[in-house]
Write a protein that binds this ligand. Structure first.
Ligand code: AMP
Ligand code: MN
Ligand code: MN
Length: 336
């Protein structure tokens, strides 16, 4: 059931014991919105705890209160008045969805969220869940401390590519400006999030070598196999290296995490990649989406490239001549 922001605030006000969660494979917005909510609700006198069923990437480990995020134990059961699911539909919360029978309040900005049998506040035009939480602070009459501001700014910054992507709206800048007034230092956040080890840079360079163009150059893919994946803590930002290619509309990174478990990240300039991800059982936003394909690396690659090509033909982003031009051009084929 879809509800308004006011009703969302009312649900939070009337609950005493609240569990918070966000999506697995957590990003700055998932972690930032969880940590901001934790602090906001605690200041309101609520009994709050936060669970994310995944490892927190090391670049986010300096965020205020991050040490309070727990991973649920196998079979753990907790009674609560409300489970708040942030920055995702309920299917990407791992084991957390099973730890409680409490009613679910879902706050999200993904266009693909269907939100059946739960209370859903979904605002696809918001750049980040943190932008929604910023507005929610006003509904709740919550004071935004410097620590809360750091968490909210982190989500805005990561989901907008530091205010570069097409989801960046005047409201996003206004929220960011207010958060800077609350004490956020944007340079410090950018430095932390962009930090890479030398080893990770070497993995990035190896990943770049796997890059291939498809369909006459309108699609580019990066292929990270299990062995390469084992050498890095994160593939965050890898897609940004390839989406900049002049001829490219759709960029993807295919990562084989373990046997028959391949993760897909997609970005686009004009194509609706949320629809492609949706067809493959995933979701996301028009210009940034993802899915998981439970097939071998090779099969996943064929399924993905075909799905992208097919969708681009259907939406007239590719001519049938370009579709047939599906020979792969690898970076190594170019004279430097
Ligand atoms: P990423 O490429 O991992 O940064 O993800 C891009 C966007 O797609 C994010 O907003 C994700 O929340 C969303 N997304 C990624 N993977 C999935 C998935 N398996 N199911 C639904 N949404 C996804
Ligand atoms: Mn997210
Ligand atoms: Mn988000």
């Amino acid at each position: 059931m879809r509800i308004t922001l006011r009703e969302t605030a009312d649900k939070l006000k009337s609950a005493e014991k609240i569990l918070l969660t966000a999506h697995i494979n957590p990003d700055g917005d998932a972690i930032g919105s969880t940590l901001a909510m934790l602090q906001i609700l605690r200041a309101m006198g609520k009994n709050v705890s936060a669970y994310i069923d995944d490892k927190i990437p090391k670049n986010f480990l300096t965020m205020p209160c991050v040490e309070e995020i727990q991973r649920p134990a196998e079979g753990e059961k907790i009674s609560a008045d409300l489970l708040v699911v942030l920055d995702t539909s309920i299917d990407r919360t791992g084991k957390v969805i099973d730890i409680t029978d409490a009613p679910i309040l879902n706050i999200d900005h993904h266009v693909t969220n269907k939100g059946e049998n739960i209370y859903l506040y979904d605002e696809p035009t918001a750049a980040a869940t943190c932008e929604i939480i910023f507005k929610l602070c006003e509904e709740l009459g919550a004071n935004i401390t410097k620590e809360i501001a750091i968490c909210l700014y982190s989500g805005l910054a990561t989901d907008t590519g530091f205010f570069n992507y097409s989801n960046t709206k005047p409201a996003t800048f206004r929220a960011a400006a207010s958060l800077v007034e609350c004490g956020v230092q944007p340079n410090l956040i950018a430095e932390k999030f962009e930090e890479r080890t030398f080893r990770e840079l070497k993995v990035m360079s190896a990943a770049l070598q796997t890059t291939k163009l498809f369909f006459g150059g309108k699609v580019v893919g990066m292929f990270i196999d299990e062995e390469l994946f084992k050498q890095t803590d994160t593939t965050e930002g890898f897609i940004d290296l390839i989406r900049v290619i002049d001829s490219v509309d759709v960029a993807f990174v295919l990562t084989c995490r373990e046997k028959n478990l391949c993760r897909v990240s997609m970005r686009s300039k004009t194509v609706n990649v949320a629809e492609i991800a949706n067809k493959l059982g995933g979701g996301g936003h028009i210009r940034a989406a993802g899915c998981t394909i439970q097939k071998s690396f090779f099969e996943a690659k064929n399924i993905l490239v075909h799905a992208i090509g097919q969708y681009m033909i259907e939406t007239e982003k590719l001519t049938s001549k370009e579709f047939l031009l599906n020979q792969e051009i690898s970076l190594a084929d170019f004279e430097i």
